[in-house]
Design a binder for this molecule. Structure first.
Ligand SMILES: Nc1ncnc2c1ncn2[C@@H]1O[C@H](COP(=O)(O)OP(=O)(O)OP(=O)(O)O)[C@@H](O)[C@H]1O
Length: 254
């Protein structure tokens, strides 16, 4: 069972403008917004990695910016949008060298769900983009593995699906859903509205550094909010009562 994550009046130079939101329930929260909207910045602030100029971040009773990073990192992991590995490491070394996790064993569940068995002895410099992404997600989850197993991890993922093929995306999102059901908080950005629609419990829409809407996915993901968020028209198709959002193709383009 996790504690609420509360952002209170968060502002940071031109990037974030007075954002207040409380993510109460454990689950998957998906941040959606156009390029440059402020999703990565908001994730970094929420994760305790960039202190805002104004406002407070609390995880339950913990005042995030009054707490040492080493303490926060026992429960919170972060996958950045861009990876820079300076060393010639194998997948296994990347997981073990960069993770503060005491155990040198990599859990079988992690290896299976991220499908990284064949990557453990492969140099990261020779991995494809999607393979490296799966290693970096694994590394982050390993960092907080004990917290994940006790259902009180905060897993912050900035576009975790970028470069990842559709089968691995589906397996990962289903697993994250299962981890959320036992109390873990998963907060992620993505650019795939239908992934958010299928897997997110709540959605947070961001535009020009401001929060447009936050709430249950079914309520927040609708045609008018999508138009406001992306300046792009969608249509909604139903199959077996499940909604699917398709961008409308304009004859004249934009
Ligand atoms: N270190 C920085 N200092 C100042 N401004 C920055 C910095 N990093 C990013 N920005 C700006 O802040 C704004 C928000 O960037 P951010 O990376 O949070 O957007 P995003 O919603 O994650 O975008 P994308 O979908 O392209 O990843 C952008 O205008 C960006 O140019």
């Amino acid at each position: 069972m996790n504690l609420p994550i509360a952002l209170e009046n968060i502002s940071l130079d031109q990037r974030l403008n007075n954002i207040s939101v409380t993510i109460r329930q454990p689950g998957i929260t998906c941040l959606l917004g156009a390029n440059g909207a402020g999703k990565s910045t908001l994730l970094l602030v929420l994760a305790g990695l960039i202190e805002p100029e104004q406002g407070k971040v609390h995880w339950g009773q913990t005042d995030v910016y009054a707490t040492p990073l080493a303490v926060l990192s026992v429960h919170r992991c972060f996958v950045a949008q861009q990876h820079s590995i300076q060393f010639e490491l194998s997948g296994r070394e990347c997981l073990q060298f960069l993770s503060p996790c005491q155990s040198s064993d990599i859990p079988g569940e992690l290896i299976r769900k991220l499908d990284i068995a064949d990557l453990l002895d492969k140099p990261v410099s020779r991995m494809s983009g999607g393979e490296l992404q799966r290693i970096m997600i694994s590394r982050a989850l390993l960092q907080v593995w004990p917290a994940i197993k006790s259902g009180n991890a905060i897993i912050v993922l900035d576009e975790p699906l970028q470069g990842v093929d559709i089968r691995h995306q589906t397996v990962l999102m289903q697993w994250l859903s299962a981890l959320a059901k036992v109390g873990n908080q998963i907060i992620m950005s993505c650019h795939d509205i239908n992934i958010a629609n299928t897997f997110a419990d709540t959605v947070l829409l961001v535009k020009a550094g401001q929060m447009l809407a936050y709430g249950p996915t079914r309520d927040v993901l609708n045609l008018s909010n999508l138009w406001l968020t992306f300046d792009c028209q969608f249509e909604c198709l139903f199959k077996d009562e499940q909604r699917h959002f398709i961008p409308v193709r304009h004859a004249t383009g934009f």
